[in-house]
Design a protein around this ligand. Sequence first.
Ligand code: SLL
Length: 152
Amino acid sequence: GPRVKGAMIVKPIVFGNVARYFGHKRSNGHTHEWKVYLRLYNNEDPSGYIKKVHFKLHDSYPTSLRICEEPPYEVEETGWGEFEVNIKIYFVDPTERPVSVYHMLKLFKIEPGAAPDGGPMPVFTDYIVSEFYDELVFSEPSSTMLKLLKSA
Ligand code: SLL
């Protein structure tokens, strides 16, 4: 439908990862299990206006593109290293352009003074959370999209 002049809707989001250290290195070299996720800040169900969410992992993962067609939008994996995850959000209204957010997967904690020279060093901790806030801004959405955004 036509764009609604002057209309603006803001949807606060939260994205990030949790990770757990195995306590040892597995035979495949993996040291952690982790989960990367995207959700609405107020925990609303966005499936009325979000079509799908793509998580693009490091190329060392077989099938590095993971697709979530409905909530929860999350990927659980194991691994040994940190890398940037591209989280791309597609909307039900195809005229609404997909939005990308980037999350640096965190497995280790940077500890000041932990290195032999007294500098910072990544250390293994049992559990780590790395979470960020952002906002999806819908500026003059279509009338259809505006209805979907409001009825969520
Ligand atoms: C690094 N630049 O060197 C980063 C890359 C990639 C981590 C980290 C894959 C596990 C698997 C995995 O953990 N990749 O291949 O099964 O630290």
